[in-house]
Design a protein. Structure first.
Length: 124
């Protein structure tokens, strides 16, 4: 199990909700739990405008971005048509009720992604 990092138990992730996992570098990873206790992991960033997917509504095997309601598939991170884009996916292992993420992915995957910067409104 050295390739896998223990994160939490399934019960630590709200049913039809998410939990954020901080990393040493890069944006957080969002762990999602479906009504059927399936667990998926995506970078906590919508491919559209960078919204926090962990704050979205989980339904079936999808999450709706809280900013613009884009639907992102939890299995593959793909935006549902007609929208286009992808949230990077992370491998998850569930043993009993323990949830693990792949250690190398946590350390190296999707480190280049950033959140959009907010700034003051321009006065005209």
């Amino acid at each position: 199990m050295t390739d896998w990092t223990y994160i939490c138990t399934i019960d630590d992730i709200p049913a039809q909700g998410a939990r954020r996992v901080a990393r040493a570098q890069g944006l957080e990873v969002a762990l999602f739990r479906t009504a059927a206790d399936e667990v998926f992991a995506l970078l906590d960033r919508c491919p559209h405008k960078g919204g926090p997917l962990s704050q979205g509504m989980v339904f079936g095997r999808s999450v709706a971005c809280p900013l613009h309601n884009w639907t992102i598939g939890l299995c593959d991170g793909q935006a549902l048509a007609p929208d286009q884009g992808c949230a990077p996916r992370f491998q998850v292992r569930v043993e009993g009720r323990a949830v693990y993420l792949h250690a190398q992915e946590l350390a190296r995957h999707a480190l280049h992604e950033t959140r959009p910067l907010a700034g003051p409104a321009a006065c005209t």
